[in-house]
Ligand binder design. Structure first.
Ligand code: NI
Length: 187
């Protein structure tokens, strides 16, 4: 296992749709997932999509800590209430659909935009599904931060980064400045 380099915004690998994984149980996918888990842990992220480590395939990993842990460890992630936790999840060839039209704005960051934070609207509730590492089908209905993380990671598989989802680019900036001048003042 090893820690992989993370692509930053502007690299073409982050800007185009990723390919379906043909064989979810292959050794290649297993190795990629193991390296992605190490890389995410090292970087301190809550999620990582394969294109972020230069592998243009439809695979994401994420975990959703409990709200209390999350507040302490990911203070700029903009946590609202009603958060569903998730254990470390590997999702291959995933998809989601919104459950209703309700959206919720919150602060997000991304390992491909180091040091930056923006206020992003996302669906409040979604149903998502995909294939796990042992070939099993995973399907969940989730809300809040869990739903946000999944929408953020799946966007990476379609060449989308969080600023492309923002409706007010005045709320995009360097995390230090946003924390100082925006986040506490607004929320
Ligand atoms: Ni990201």
């Amino acid at each position: 296992m090893s820690i992989l380099k993370i692509a930053r915004m502007g690299h073409p690998v982050l800007g185009s749709p990723a390919d379906l994984v043909r064989d979810p149980e292959s050794d290649m996918i297993r190795r990629l997932v193991a390296d992605m888990i190490d890389t995410m842990a090292d970087a301190g992220g809550v999620g990582l999509a394969a294109p972020q480590v230069y592998a243009p395939v439809r695979l994401v990993i994420f975990h959703v800590p409990s709200a209390r842990d999350a507040d302490e460890r990911y203070e700029d992630a903009g946590l609202a209430g009603e958060d569903d936790e998730a254990p470390l999840t590997v999702l291959i060839n995933p998809a989601f659909e919104p459950q209703g039209e309700d959206t919720l704005g919150a602060w997000e960051g991304c390992l491909s935009l180091p040091g930056m934070t923006g206020f992003v609207p996302r669906y409040r509730s979604i149903r998502y599904w995909g294939i796990g590492l042992s070939g099993e089908k995973i399907e969940r209905r989730v809300t809040g931060f869990h739903a946000r993380v999944v929408q953020h990671e799946l966007d990476h598989l379609n060449g989308m980064l969080f600023p492309m989802r923002m409706t007010d680019l005045g709320r995009l900036g360097f995390s230090e400045e946003m924390r100082r001048y925006h986040i506490d003042a607004e929320d």
